[in-house]
Ligand binder design. Structure first.
Ligand code: ACM
Length: 545
């Protein structure tokens, strides 16, 4: 009997062992290649005994990110070491190494690639770049359980080779329609970092508020950063709430946010809107409008083609002003790209302006679209003279594209396709797929912009239009999700609109096209939502039902 029981227990053990192979961890975005190991190979993170080794000081931000994450969420203290020791156990090795090294030789030539190996003695993340190591850290975090208990804390055993599909992986936030403070902007940047995004498009100016300190023009913030009220309900709205709303970032705060993002391998692209979406500028400096004698207010009504929303007059005074503003902006932001807006500039004002009509004649321009193109060309020339490149919304195609401009295609894909055919870089952000300010559900609990952009639309979006030849398709630099905040009034609202559409976006941008599957994503999402519960992220709970 005893012998029988022990044979039975051996058999049972063998059986359990074969089932003990972990199911594939639920990672988002799905990596290129993943092999899962045995549970006995899981790595245990131990308070104070687990060290994080960095091969190079450039990897310190990645090590610190991980150490802080584990401390904040699991209450464990890890130590950082720069001393190499091949025999060290219980270590997380972060290694920047030559692309020709043994470990990386078989990976494709992508500067952001990484290799992650989790074994019981050590975790090793290798990449030719610090950014790649950081992405490996983000994956490692997803191998940890979405709960601080039970201890010991273990990372699942895996071997992963991974790299992004697109070089531009962006997310935008409009801080003009509603202002979000530095602490929340940093949190937002962390959300992008978690999803291996690498560009944050910071929409800093619009009709409804100017949000960045410009030393030469203080009225931009003393006047332009504040509005006296906002319409109530969906545009055109029912009345005005009469509540003063505003705020802005000082240049010191902007620098702090830029550094915070850089430590997460995120480039911040500032957007300074022109020649439309300029009511906050014109409230402060009405002389830059087509009706300089008429007083103006920071806009309180959403929408742009109305009788109040004047635009910049294309005068020398305006160009000098915008060049001064851009000079301060470019000195602050290391980004090689500056977004200059260019969208939805109502032409009624230039039609009625004698100065603008005279300029059209003088410069031999065809019409007001030609004038918009002239405006953007001049600004581009200035930005280029400082060694930077402009990005503009697809209206910058109207009247002729500026020679070096990158196009952000939002009115569908038409503009992006046209730009790619003209050999210009393109960022795809079509409204019906990439605008997260629209509703996620047919019936929403709170007010949103009026279209319907469910999770599946975002997930199934393909940034490279089939109509492009393979040579043209190379100009599709990537895609971006946009979050306009007319109806998004606070951080909880932002998180509700962002999650989990950000997860879907990350997979569009990072994962191989051949690996994308919405049903599979939905399964993995369940685990991700548990992680959000654990991290206190206020996603749309309807997904958890
Ligand atoms: C935009 O949505 N006006 C770019």
């Amino acid at each position: 009997m005893r012998a029988f029981i022990s044979i039975l227990s051996v058999l049972l053990c063998l059986q359990l062992n074969s089932f003990a192979q972990y199911p594939a961890p639920a990672l988002i975005p799905q990596p290129v290649e993943m092999k899962t190991g045995k549970a006995t190979d899981n790595f245990t993170i131990a308070n104070q005994r687990t060290q994080v080794f960095i091969s190079d000081s450039s990897l310190r931000p990645s090590a610190e990110f991980f150490i802080n994450f584990v401390k904040k969420h699991y209450f464990l203290e890890l130590t950082l070491t720069t001393l190499a020791d091949a025999n060290r156990k219980n270590v997380i090795n972060l290694i920047q190494e030559s692309p020709a090294s043994m470990a990386l030789a078989k990976t494709p030539d992508n500067p952001e690639r990484y290799k992650l190996d989790v074994l019981n003695v050590a975790v090793t993340i290798r990449s030719p770049s610090p950014a790649g190591v950081f992405y490996g850290i983000q994956t490692l975090i997803q191998l940890l359980p979405p709960s601080a208990k039970p201890l010991p804390l273990q990372a699942k055993a895996v071997s992963i080779t991974d790299y992004p599909r697109f070089a531009y992986r962006g997310m935008h936030l409009d801080v003009s329609r509603h202002f979000f403070n530095v602490d929340f902007v940093k949190k937002y940047i962390d959300y992008l970092a978690m999803h291996k995004l690498n560009y944050f498009h910071w929409h800093l100016t619009d009709d409804h508020g100017w949000r960045i300190e410009i030393k030469k023009y203080p009225r931009l913030t003393t006047v332009g950063a504040w509005r006296d009220g906002s319409i109530i309900g969906l545009y055109p709205g029912k009345g005005n709430d009469g509540i003063r709303h505003g705020g802005y970032y000082t240049q010191a705060e902007v620098k702090e946010v830029i550094k915070y993002a850089a430590d997460r391998y995120i480039t911040i692209i500032p957007e300074i809107e022109m020649p439309g979406h300029s009511m906050a500028v014109l409230a402060a400096y009405p002389e830059l409008s087509t009706t300089p004698k008429l007083p103006k207010k920071v806009a309180e009504t959403w929408g742009i083609f109305n009788k109040f929303n004047n635009v910049l007059l294309p005068s020398e005074q305006t160009f000098n002003f915008m060049e001064d503003v851009l000079t301060e902006v470019m000195a602050l932001f290391p980004s090689p790209y500056i977004h200059i807006g260019g969208d939805e500039c109502s032409k009624i004002w230039w039609k009625q302006s004698a100065f603008s009509q005279q300029l059209i004649k003088e410069k031999g321009l065809k019409d007001e679209n030609g004038l918009q193109s002239y405006f953007i060309h001049r600004i581009e020339k200035f930005v280029n003279s400082k060694g930077k490149t402009i990005i503009g919304w697809d209206e910058i195609l109207d009247g002729g594209l500026a020679p070096n401009a990158i196009v952000m295609s939002w009115r569908g894909e038409k503009g992006g396709i046209a730009a790619a055919k003209q050999k210009h870089k393109v960022i795809m952000t079509p409204e019906n797929f990439m605008y997260f300010n629209h509703s996620q559900f047919l019936k929403e609990d709170s007010l949103t912009a009026s279209r319907y952009v469910p999770l599946a639309n975002v997930y199934n979006y393909e940034p490279v239009p089939a109509i492009l030849t393979s040579a043209e398709a190379k100009y599709i630099w990537g895609a971006q999700g946009n979050l306009w905040t007319e109806y998004i009034t606070n951080p909880a609202n932002v998180e509700y609109m962002l999650f989990p559409r950000l997860d879907a976006l990350s997979e569009v941008l990072w994962s191989p096209k051949s690996k994308r599957s919405f049903p599979d994503f939905q399964k993995r999402l369940k685990q991700q939502l548990r992680r959000y519960d654990f991290m206190g992220i206020r996603y749309s709970k309807k997904y958890a039902l």
